[in-house]
Design a protein around this ligand. Structure first.
Ligand SMILES: [Fe+2]
Length: 773
């Protein structure tokens, strides 16, 4: 052991020797060749004060960290705040590694939770993004005057109440184990003490991070705060992937739409950046490739709430594919500059051939980063993408929910939303994308927007009308999700100045109507008289059909007016699609758990019935297919108003990752049906839903109760997946596919899709001219 320690110490003498006034020359000369391998060095010493720590990191949670005066400072005394290094993972345990960091104490409240490194942080799939949220790994640091290295602790006099220290951690294989040595040095660079211990080699695999307060149980107000400077990493144990960097430009989303006026096709793009500082460069530049050279299309200023920079380019050449990139010049405090880019392809307008649309909804982060779906979607290379809401849930990424005030609530939202872009950015960069905000995106279990009203803040948020969150935060949600959509139809804000985003996009000879189908919807407390949740009816004795009262709204007058215009407007397209959050029928009999029978869910578009029927009557004139999500239960249904099957079809896509499960099991509870489709699948046919609405259920993808622990296998069992719709404007058909989570769509296996899919709907069937039997 002694010789091992000495060897390690010898190596360590080169690591981070430049801090505390040691000259860099001395450090470099002491540096053996191996320690320069895969070298990483933080840039905080020359970064402006800001929230975003840099593209090399994921901070847990983002809102609790700041770059301040040249160091990354933890702003809370809560437990297990950490900074994950994204570019370096320990994968080669036959190699060695070194880490060093300069730490200063800021404050300690009730007890010291310590600081240092955590090594071998890994999820069940050991992938760098999911690893960033794991809580395991080997601790290597100082807690309350003691070295901590894995399970070992060693009290050292010189470490008690230490104000500033340099920590150096070195690891190397020793026989079939892996040895790590932690050294603490004082401000003069003198060693205070060290500790060595050996570990099973697989303990090393995964992410490395800096930690402020090791104990996750420490609440805000209980632990300590530290500042971290000059973080260095190197060694051949690391595999380095520069492409893992996430930011300063995190990702981009764009749309392309035929304005059918002298502006021609309009390309609208949002660059999404991490929250930068006041002294940072606030401009993002958009460039396109022309004749082999990058040509600037101008610069756009970042919105300092949403951290989006918007570009709107009229008279876009829609006939050809155009390579683009977003350029951000990060200006450092020492006058130097780092350029970073993010880019992809603006696809040509898909005309004269079918348009292929990837349709997705609801991502619950137990299955983050949803690689099977994200990779399939990227591989299928659709002409267009559609995310119908719930890009996040309130629990995403852990570390709690901040509802007020608006500033911190926005940061809390942004870092949860960033998990969406982190998962899908390689698909998003290459396809026009419609992205709707739904209830969880604005931190509500359900949303009944009541035209932007402010929610009465007593009790929960699931069954009250209005918006719980400050309007400024809601507007950031709309800007980040839908800010890159084509011009809105009627952009006047709703109550509280909350923005609206309904309008259309004309692309590939198809017009897509985009709605916020709960933004104007009435709340359930207008009709509820039962005990418990106002939105859920469990009691069979309640006549749900009577809950259709005068004055209740579904889409609201403004969106209905838009639809009335839209169904008559056939300029520049020959087929229509309605994109909104949820299905206009009650097609779930069980909620939450396998036996969780629910008679009626007012959150579905089945209620209120009269405006539901009115909306469908308006729509069927335009014969759109309705594509929606929200339910976490894929269904294929045809709406009826006066009689069964007289109106549009609806495709509710599977959730990307189902959290809260739902089932449609009418056979089991004895619900009557007629005219079961020819395929004879259970739970299909013409039904009267509990609200009294006519609905023909053609296919449903019921989940099973999950048994698997692996995140992806679990998501698969829970009925997760994605939708794919091919719109053929020659044949006037929609070819609809509903894929499961863990499949390869290219292998053609029958079980890849939920039972009843794929199917073809003819345009005219959306006004009840039926072909399907
Ligand atoms: Fe959802």
């Amino acid at each position: 052991m002694t010789s091992v320690t000495r060897r390690l110490l010898l190596k360590l003498s080169s690591v981070g020797a430049a801090v505390f006034g040691f000259s860099k020359t001395q450090s470099a000369s002491a540096c053996g060749k191996s320690s320069a391998v895969n070298a990483f060095s933080s840039k905080w010493s020359r970064t402006s004060d800001r929230i975003f720590l840099g593209g090399e990191y994921w901070a847990n949670p983002m809102e609790d960290w700041r770059v301040e005066n040249g160091a990354a400072e933890c702003k809370t005394t809560g437990g297990f705040r950490n900074i994950q290094l994204l570019t370096h993972q320990i994968e080669n345990v036959e190699g060695s590694f070194e880490l060093s960091v300069d730490v200063s104490h800021v404050e300690t409240r009730k007890s010291d939770g310590g600081f240092g490194f955590q090594i071998g942080i890994k999820s069940d799939i050991n992938e760098h993004r999911s690893n960033a949220f794991a809580k395991n790994g080997v601790k290597a640091g100082i807690v309350d005057g003691e070295f901590v290295l894995g399970q070992r602790r060693k009290a050292v006099d010189g470490l008690k109440n230490i104000k500033r220290v340099q920590l150096q951690l070195s690891g190397m294989p020793v026989g079939n184990k892996y040895a790590m040595t932690l050294v603490a040095k004082d401000e003069k660079g003198e060693e205070i003490d060290s500790i060595t211990h050996q570990f099973p080699t697989d303990y090393m695999l995964g992410n490395v991070a800096l930690v402020n307060n090791f104990d996750p149980a420490l609440k805000k107000g209980q632990g300590s705060r530290y500042r971290f400077a000059d973080w260095k990493a190197s060694g051949d144990a690391f595999v380095v992937r520069d492409e893992n960097k996430f930011g300063p430009i995190l990702w981009s989303m764009y749309t392309l739409s035929d304005n059918r006026n002298d502006e021609g096709f309009v390309m609208t793009m949002n660059a999404l950046a991490g929250p930068l500082g006041k002294k940072d460069n606030q401009l993002v530049e958009l460039q396109i490739e022309k004749d082999g050279k990058w040509k600037s299309l101008g610069k756009s200023k970042l919105d300092t709430d949403a951290w989006t920079a918007k570009f709107r380019i009229a008279n876009w050449d829609e006939k050809k594919a155009t390579k683009y990139r977003l350029v951000y010049d990060e200006k450092h405090t020492d006058g130097t500059q780092t350029q970073s880019t993010w880019g992809g392809m603006i696809k040509p307008n898909p005309t004269g051939r079918p348009l292929r649309l990837g349709a997705l909804t609801c991502q619950n982060d137990y299955a983050f980063p949803y690689e099977p779906v994200a990779n399939n979607i990227t591989k299928l290379d659709p002409d267009m993408l559609y995310f119908s809401g719930d890009q996040l849930y309130e629990n995403h990424g852990g570390y709690g929910l901040i509802r007020d005030p608006a500033g911190p609530a926005i940061l809390n939202y942004l870092r949860k939303f960033y998990q969406f872009g982190w998962s899908f950015r390689h698909a998003l960069k290459n396809a026009p994308t419609v992205c709707l905000a739904d209830d969880h995106d604005v931190f509500q279990g359900n949303i009944w927007g009541e035209g932007g009203a402010k929610m009465d803040r007593t009790g929960g948020t699931s069954s009250k009308g209005g918006y719980r969150e400050p309007a400024r935060m809601v507007n950031v949600v709309h800007r980040t999700c839908a800010g890159h959509h084509p011009d809105y139809f009627d952009p006047a804000p709703s109550k509280q100045d909350i923005s609206v985003y309904f309008g259309d996009m004309v692309y590939g000879d198809v017009s897509f109507a985009i709605l916020g189908d709960r933004q104007f919807k009435s709340g359930p407390e207008r009709v509820s008289f039962w005990s418990g949740r106002a939105d859920h009816i469990k009691d069979d004795s309640i006549d749900v059909t009577k809950l259709d009262k005068e004055g209740l709204e579904l889409l609201g007058e403004r969106q209905e007016n838009f639809l009335k215009h839209w169904v008559k407007d056939w300029r520049g397209h020959s087929m229509k699609v309605l994109l909104s959050q949820t299905v206009f029928a009650g097609v779930a009999t069980h909620h939450g758990s396998y036996d969780g029978y629910l008679r009626g869910d007012l959150d579905s578009g089945a209620w209120p019935q009269t405006p539901r029927n009115n909306a469908i009557k308006i729509l069927r004139e335009g014969m759109p297919l309705h594509i929606n999500g929200d339910q976490h239960l894929t269904t294929m249904v045809q709406y009826g108003v006066e009689k069964q099957r007289d109106s549009c079809w609806s495709f509710c896509t599977p959730a990307i990752a189902v959290g809260y499960p739902r089932w449609w099991r009418p056979d089991e509870i004895g619900m009557k049906h007629e005219n079961r489709p020819k395929h004879g699948l259970p739970n299909t046919g013409e039904f009267i839903d509990s609200f009294g609405n006519k609905v023909y259920v053609y296919a449903v993808g019921n989940p099973i109760v999950p048994t698997k622990k692996n995140r992806y296998e679990r998501a698969h069992q829970k009925g997760s997946g994605f939708g794919f719709v091919t719109i053929d404007t020659e044949k006037k058909t929609y070819y609809i596919e509903s894929y499961r989570f863990l499949v390869d769509p290219s292998d053609g296996k029958a079980g890849n899709q939920f039972p009843g899919w794929p199917l073809t709907i003819h345009q005219k069937e959306n006004k009840g001219d039926n072909v399907i039997e």
